[in-house]
Design a protein around this ligand. Structure first.
Ligand code: ADP
Ligand code: MG
Length: 316
């Protein structure tokens, strides 16, 4: 349905998008995840024809968007990063106005309004001025406007940015329900967002794709590991401690976090195993003169994987 091939974008010298390719099938809800400056908005602006690429191509329903802008705009709904709303307009008037801009046929406008008001739960605010609405309701109005022409594809740039926790939950529910009948591509810099809403996640950083997989697989495969938080008291230096701990069969990495009152706080990153790795760690330490002050096991979560994947790489 959406096919992005070798997309590259330079803003002057800034290499914002670096040769990215992906395909999105009908009915998917896909999240583009990345830190600020990763290139998310640029990618979405190009897909929606608001910006032209430096090179590469985009096909929607097998049509090259460059030569089919008019027909393709009809099947795409786009909510930009900061939804451009006309603050002094009444919600109802705004939606009628957007419907007209989007070429909704005059005799269909009423029907479409009814649909978006219901879908986005706007009945209670329809007569209000946009300026008086909460940020959450403004976002709903923005989403309502983006689907007024009944597009097959919905593209949302950081749709929950700046909302409070309740509003975030509500907008996510709205996106999920819209995702039942539309193909949705959204961007976010918040990992829990994709976990909550998207079946698939494309992680980008510095304009490059780092990972493209189902959200489930990402959690299963990439979070396969466990980490152990270990606090020990010993006079051994870090090299010697490391030498001893390297005997742990599932060990991947050792990180010395800090030393407090002579107690060394260490994180051990281990591969997933069928048995609890603490047994092995304990048996190993038993042979030394170290004193264990603390040992706890943590499952590696998506958040830490995301941080590892994109660590220190922010543009901004
Ligand atoms: P994201 O949406 O992931 O935060 P953007 O797509 O907005 O990232 O930006 C990607 C990179 O391109 C950043 O380094 C940003 O500073 C740069 N950039 C974005 N828009 C422009 C612009 N209009 N002119 C110059 N550089 C830009
Ligand atoms: Mg952005």
């Amino acid at each position: 349905m959406i096919s992005v091939k070798n997309l590259t974008k330079y803003y002057g010298d800034v290499h914002a998008i670096d040769n990215i390719s992906f395909d999105i099938e009908h009915g998917e809800i896909v999240g583009i995840l990345g830190p600020n400056g990763a290139g998310k908005s640029t990618t979405l602006r190009i897909i929606t024809s608001f910006l032209s690429q430096t090179s590469g191509s985009i096909f929607i329903d097998n049509k090259d968007i460059e030569n089919n802008q008019r027909s393709i705009k009809k099947i795409i709904g786009y909510l930009p990063e900061s939804a451009p709303l006309y603050n002094d307009m009444i919600v109802y008037d705004y939606l009628v106005y957007i419907a007209k801009i989007q070429d909704v046929e005059a005799d269909k406008i009423e029907e479409r309004l009814e649909y978006v008001i219901k879908a986005c739960s706007l009945a209670g605010v329809i007569e209000k001025s946009i300026s008086t609405l909460s940020k959450g309701f403004k976002q709903r109005v923005g989403i309502a406007g983006s689907i007024i022409h009944n597009p097959k594809i919905l593209i949302l740039d950081e749709p929950t940015n700046g909302l409070d926790p309740n509003q975030i939950v509500e907008i996510r529910e709205l996106i999920k329900s819209l995702g039942k009948e539309k193909t949705v591509l959204l961007s976010t810099h918040i990992l829990s967002e994709v976990e909550a809403t998207c079946g698939r996640v494309i992680i980008i950083n510095k304009g490059k794709i780092i990972t493209d997989s189902s959200t489930e697989d990402l959690i299963l495969n990439k979070t396969g590991g466990v980490s152990i938080l270990l606090s020990i008291k010993t006079n051994d230096n870090e090299d010697n401690i490391e030498k001893t701990l390297k005997n742990i069969s599932t060990l991947q990495t050792i990180k010395f976090r800090d030393t407090q009152n002579g107690i060394k706080n260490i994180t051990l990153f281990l591969k997933e195993s069928s048995t609890d790795p603490r047994d092995e760690v304990y048996n190993l330490i038993k042979k030394t003169d170290w004193v264990i002050y603390e040992m706890s096991k943590e499952k590696e979560d998506l958040e830490s994987i995301f941080r590892t994947l994109t660590k220190g790489d922010n543009h901004e």
